[in-house]
Design a protein around this ligand. Structure first.
Ligand code: G4P
Ligand code: NA
Ligand code: NA
Length: 200
């Protein structure tokens, strides 16, 4: 997605060979117009998928916090509800929950993520969205929750995939359609290098 790549080049800061800081439009301050564009783009990729799949997406699932804006604009395009998995159990979360463990490579700790059973049924067809894809720990936690519900997965939408880490490959090897709007090949020497792909 050209507009997103431009934004990354203009405003992203390479903190190390592994980490890109994009807090001016994605992880702290949020660019609403860009998020609307991202919602349209994910929606277009989902509609392409309908050519080979006859089930329609019924729900979007993301994880708090940075996945929420793009999940919302995508849900608006598709006219389906958006769920965000919680990282901390809320006070009012007294219902039965689906819980999965997510290992954070950056924090080196495992945390529970939680979704109320009330919002995910076996007949849902779920599209998963997250802001970054690194090793895929968060995506695997969300997949686990969808599977616990007995629901199916339509695909995985990622805003920024770091293709030099193994999360994307693992998800594609499992057969999930992965829609990444910007795929970063390398962050070496402080330079953002994108992968060549057909959806640029
Ligand atoms: P993984 O889920 O793909 O395995 O990655 P990891 O454990 O490394 O991710 C921990 C957090 O760091 C996640 O956000 C993830 O989105 C984010 N992250 C990973 N790589 C990058 C990067 O290069 N740049 C930025 N800006 N973030 C990265 P989180 O802690 O869950 O926070 P939130 O922003 O969603 O609230
Ligand atoms: Na994040
Ligand atoms: Na995230």
């Amino acid at each position: 997605m050209q507009e997103l790549k431009k934004k990354i080049l203009q405003e992203g800061r390479v903190l190390s060979d592994q980490v890109l800081k994009v807090d001016s439009f994605l992880n702290h301050q949020v660019d609403p117009q860009l998020m609307v564009g991202i919602g349209k783009e994910f929606s277009a990729r989902i509609h392409e998928g309908y050519a080979t799949e006859n089930k329609k997406v019924t729900k979007i699932l993301t994880i708090e916090s940075s996945g929420i804006p793009a999940a919302l604009t995508t849900g608006l395009e598709l006219d389906v509800p958006v769920i965000f998995a919680r990282k901390k159990k809320s006070l009012t979360m007294t219902d039965e929950n689906y819980v999965s463990q997510v290992y954070s490579f950056t924090k080196e700790e495992t945390n529970d993520i939680t979704v109320s059973k009330k919002f995910l049924d076996a007949d849902e067809h779920v599209y998963i969205i997250d802001d970054f894809l690194a090793h895929g720990a968060a995506a695997h936690g969300l997949i686990d929750i969808v599977q616990q519900a007995g629901a199916t997965i339509a695909g995985i939408g990622i805003i920024i995939e770091k293709s030099f880490q193994d999360g994307g490959q693992k998800l594609r090897d499992l057969g999930y359609p992965v829609h990444s709007l910007a795929r970063i090949k390398s962050l070496r020497d402080g330079i953002v290098e994108f992968m060549e792909d057909e959806h640029s």
